[in-house]
Structures are given as structure tokens and as C-alpha cells.
Design a protein around this ligand. Structure first.
Ligand code: J2J
Length: 538
């Protein structure tokens, strides 16, 4: 694994250290600090279970020893696919303590995605729950182990059957390795980009810890804070903006919920006196609606972060009056850059913008199609680099050539407008990608699945505005001979083992796709035209 110097040019790494952003801390070190200073403070709440910092640290250390005893070697990657359960935390802090590198899959991922992530990262092990949200991960584990030869161990929490049981994967924590180099890769996040399967995002201890330490300051997270993890814990937003990692860093309390519906979440807010949480816009809309009838006392809630997709001003302005808390819009990405509206911003800024960058060292460029800067206030493509934005995806030269400029800017794919005071307004995406309630779907990836059906001749997938989800997906399909029923096509896709959120919401059969005079059309152009036709007919 490359140290940060090879990821960031040496002079920039030096600058970020000198500015006090990269402090040479590791994940294990900050957990150890809190376990020493406040061993009896509750760190994690999962239903009736309450783990203190001392307990979390003990569990992490005994798992670390257990993982190493299996023969896993520091630096090796371990694919982790767990939901919002306490074991997610003992597992990942155990991996950090052993110098192993977690690769985060989402619970919604199925064999196709997990297989891809395991291969790309050359994962040596797979760790999951026996089942979660009605899905049995043991079957997925069986197929994965059979398909991906690098996976030597499968470790499952709960009823592990023929696999290693996570709860038994413990040993006396003697001879644990020294903490890894803080500038080395701590874990890999996954991208929600527009093309193909998810790409791997290598994040270092230094850069990631900086991002949530600074987020804590911006969002007011302290040891008194209680953060509700309402989105999947493995996603970058609830992990670091400021998320559960920010909260654990500050010594606060992390409360887990498997469901973010208001009836469950509101009761939990009241019971645990939750002070801060993060939601995607469709959930925020549900919470706003529920606040009119739900009688739970949610007055402990001080801050609601909303992001992952555009939160429209008309909804944003209702947050304070209806939920009684301060809204912070957050526009972030697993690759790095995160923008927040600030707690003391005027309401107008909070309602109408997606915030400004965390760091004075975040470099933001808004450019035209030819990479030339546009004037402030004009729409353009957002490029960025800085102390916590990656300079390359893991082992993916083709994607890197597309996604980064020669001087190291990340091409976010977002179209934004920058105000003179550095606040950004997100206007949309340049690429073909569907942002379905914050879940990013690549049109190309779904088209590829459709084309694999023996009766499908061609397919184009587009996004359609949706009042509840923000965007939903519509697939236009040309059949070879017999028209396949949409329901049959959907269940065939499901059987291929792909995440359910990628199955098209709507399938429209066409006889042919329009082409240009020479009989060809780019997929981008085709999708744009189909989308226009669909919207015109609505
Ligand atoms: C419009 N689009 C947004 C917003 C993200 C914090 C918050 C979100 C993410 C995230 C994250 C948006 N308005 N407020 O990692 O730390 C879209 C953009 C962006 C993409 C990134 C965090 N907030 N988006 O959503 O890696 O298109 O991260 O480029 O999943 O989501 O997606 P992702």
C-alpha cells in the first residue's frame, strides 16, 4: 500500500502537516485515548446493548489478536459488509488495531458488487452478519468464497454455520503490532460514480481523521454529543460528516438504528436524548411530515444534517420550525471534499446553498467543458483537491485518467455554482448517473446487466425526477423477439445478485432507438433524448 507521500506530492503533505491538519494520529490511537480517559462512558448503543469505550477497546483488541491468529497479515484488505450493529465497530476497530485494511461494502450490495470489491481489493477475508434486514449473508459468503480465490477466511457474526464465528474470533491481545504509519491507507471507501461498478477509494488515517475532526468543530460535536446513525454505517456520510467516527473521536455516544423511519427514530431520539443526526432528503421529508402527528419528544435534537442529494429550499426551510433543530446542508463525497452550511449562517444561506468546504486548504475550481474557469456565479464542473481528497482510485488507471486532472484535481462530476463567498449550490450531475434517494446508480452498469438478458437487444437507463426519491430510474429496452414483461425482467435482474436499489423503477419497451443520419448515436446523447421524450410525455 502506498504511503501518503506517493498519493499527495511531498510538498503538499508537508504543508498539510505544518498547518496541523495531519497530526500523525491513527484510528487505534484515538480509541485508546478515549478508552483510557473515559473507560466507563457509553460509546455505542445498539438496541438494549450499551458498550462503553473500555468495552469497545477490549473487544477491538481481542478481535485484532483473533484476526492475526488466523494468519491474516497487517496490510491485507478485509471486506466488511455489516449493517448498523455494534459488531460493525468492534470489527473495524479490531481490523485497525491489527493493521488490517477494511474495505466497506454496503448491506444492500449483492454478489455482483461484493465479488467486484473483493477482487479489486484482493481481499484476504470477508466479514459480515449472518443475516441483516431479511437477507441471509451466508449464502452470499458461500458463493463469494467459491468465486474469489484471494478470500482465505469468511467470518460471520451470529450463526456462522460452516464459517468462522466472529464472536469466537478472539485471542489474548498480546504481541499486537505497533500502530501503522498514520500516512498509510487505513481503509477503502467505495465510490458512487457514474461509470461501471464501484471504485475503491483509499483513505489514510491522517486525511480521514482530519476530515471528521474538522467536521466536529463545524457541526458542534463534543463529548456531550449523541449521534444517531440513521443511514448505513458503512456509508461515508454517517461515518465522517461528522458521523459516528467524528462522535467516537470526540468521546460522545453513537446510537444505532436499523430503520430510519420516523416512528422508530423519533422514539430513539427521545430515549437516548440524541443531539445530532444525518439524513438523505427523502428521509428528511418523511421526518418533516411525521413531525405534524408524531408525539415523541425530539427536543434534544440540536442539529440535522441533510445531504447525499439535493435538498430543495422549499423543504429545507421547514426544518427549523417543524423539527425544532438547526439544519446543516452537507454536500460531500467519499472521495474527499465535504461542504457544510455553518451553524451561524443566515437562514437564507442554509436554505439555498449546499455549504462551503471544510478546509481553507480545499481548492475548488468551477470550470467549463474545456477545463477553463468560469466566473463566480456561473454554472460549471466542480474540480477539487485538498488535504482529504484522494489523488487516485485504488488500482484503476483507466478511471484515474478520466477522474483526475494532470495536476491532481478530482473531477467530481457535479455541476455547481460558486458564490463569491465560496458557498456552493449544486445544480446537477454532468454524467449519466441516477441519484436515487442518495444511492448513486451508474446508468452504464444497469444497462450492462440488462444487455446480459438473452432476449434484450439494447437498453438505455435514465434518471427521472421523483417527488419522494429525488430521482428514480427508468430503463428503455429493445427486445430481440418476444417482449419481456417488466416484472419478469426485474426478477431476472434480482436473481443475478445485484443491489435492489439498482433494479429499474420503471421499464419502457421501445421498437427502436433513434440514431443520427449515419446511423449512430452516443449512449450519452441517446439517454439525453430518451429522458427528454419521457419528460415531455409526462
Ligand atoms: C446535491 N448532491 C449531493 C448535496 C452529495 C456527506 C454527504 C454526502 C456524501 C455522499 C458524503 C449532495 N446536494 N447536498 O460522502 O461525507 C451527490 C454529489 C456527490 C455525490 C457523492 C458525505 N451531497 N451529493 O453522498 O460518495 O453528486 O457521498 O458527488 O455517496 O453525491 O456521493 P457519495
Amino acid at each position: 500500500m502506498k504511503p501518503a507521500e506517493q498519493i499527495w506530492p511531498a510538498h503538499l503533505a508537508e504543508r498539510y502537516r505544518a498547518a496541523g491538519y495531519w497530526r500523525g494520529e491513527t484510528f487505534s490511537a484515538f480509541l485508546r485515548r478515549n478508552a483510557t480517559n473515559r473507560p466507563d462512558t457509553v460509546a455505542i448503543v445498539d438496541g438494549g446493548r450499551r458498550w462503553t469505550y473500555g468495552e469497545l477497546q477490549r473487544r477491538a483488541e481481542t478481535h485484532a489478536a483473533g484476526f492475526l491468529e488466523l494468519g491474516l497479515k497487517p496490510g491485507e484488505r478485509v471486506l466488511v459488509q455489516m449493517g448498523n450493529v455494534a459488531e460493525f465497530f468492534s470489527t473495524v476497530f479490531g481490523l485497525f488495531r491489527a493493521g488490517l485494511v477494511p474495505v466497506y461494502a454496503l448491506p444492500a450490495h449483492r454478489l455482483t458488487e461484493v465479488d467486484h470489491l473483493a477482487r479489486r481489493s484482493e481481499a484476504a477475508a470477508y466479514i459480515a452478519c449472518d443475516s441483516y434486514d431479511g437477507f441471509d449473508y451466508r449464502e452470499l459468503a458461500r458463493d463469494l468464497k467459491a468465486q474469489v480465490s484471494t478470500i482465505r477466511h469468511v467470518i460471520l457474526s451470529g450463526e456462522a454455520r460452516e464459517f468462522i464465528c466472529l464472536e469466537d474470533c478472539v485471542a489474548e491481545p498480546v504481541d499486537l503490532p505497533a500502530d501503522p504509519d498514520p500516512s498509510s491507507v487505513a481503509f477503502m471507501q467505495i465510490s458512487g460514480g457514474s461509470t461501471g461498478l464501484p471504485k475503491l477509494i483509499p483513505r489514510t488515517h491522517d486525511d480521514y481523521i482530519y476530515s471528521f475532526r474538522a467536521s466536529n468543530e463545524i457541526c458542534g460535536v463534543t463529548q456531550e454529543s449523541v449521534y444517531l446513525v440513521a443511514l448505513p454505517a458503512a456509508h461515508n456520510f454517517p461515518m465522517s460528516s461528522p458521523g459516528h467516527m467524528g462522535t467516537l473521536y470526540a468521546g460522545g455516544r453513537v446510537v444505532l438504528t436499523r430503520a430510519a423511519s420516523p416512528d422508530i427514530a423519533f422514539a430513539l431520539i427521545e430515549r437516548e436524548q440524541v443531539t445530532i443526526t444525518g439524513l438523505v432528503p427523502p428521509l428528511a421529508l418523511l421526518w418533516l411530515k411525521a413531525s405534524e402527528t408524531n408525539t415523541a419528544d425530539i427536543s434534544s435534537l440540536e442539529v440535522l444534517l441533510v445531504g447525499g442529494a439535493k435538498f430543495l429550499p422549499e423543504a429545507a426551510r421547514h426544518v427549523k420550525p417543524k423539527l425544532g433543530c438547526q439544519l446543516q446542508q452537507v454536500f460531500g463525497m467519499a472521495e474527499g471534499l465535504v461542504n457544510y452550511t455553518r451553524l451561524d449562517d443566515p437562514d437564507d444561506t442554509v436554505v439555498h446553498t449546499q455549504g462551503r468546504p471544510i478546509s481553507p486548504h480545499d481548492e475548488v475550481l468551477v470550470v467549463d467543458d474545456g477545463d477553463q474557469p468560469v466566473e463566480d456565479g456561473s454554472a460549471g464542473h466542480l474540480l477539487t483537491r485538498g488535504p482529504y481528497t484522494i489523488r487516485a482510485y485504488h488500482d484503476d488507471p483507466a478511471a484515474n485518467a478520466r477522474s483526475f486532472t494532470m495536476d491532481g484535481y478530482y473531477r467530481t462530476g457535479d455541476v455547481v455554482r460558486k458564490m463569491p463567498d465560496s458557498y456552493l449550490e449544486v445544480l446537477g450531475r454532468a454524467g449519466d448517473h441516477i441519484n436515487r434517494a442518495g444511492e448513486k446508480i451508474s446508468a452504464e452498469e444497469v444497462e450492462d446487466h440488462l444487455l446480459a438478458h438473452p432476449d434484450v437487444f439494447d437498453a438505455a437507463v435514465v434518471s427521472v425526477p421523483d417527488p419522494a426519491l429525488g430521482e428514480r430510474s427508468c430503463a428503455f429496452v429493445l427486445s430481440k423477439a418476444e417482449t419481456i414483461k417488466p416484472s419478469a425482467l426485474k426478477s431476472w435482474m434480482r436473481k443475478r445478485g445485484i443491489a435492489a436499489f439498482k433494479i429499474p423503477d420503471q421499464i419502457v419497451h421501445l421498437d427502436r432507438f433513434e440514431t443520427t443520419a449515419v446511423g449512430k448515436i452516443s449512449r450519452k446523447e441517446l439517454r439525453a433524448r430518451l429522458r427528454e421524450q419521457l419528460l415531455a410525455n409526462d
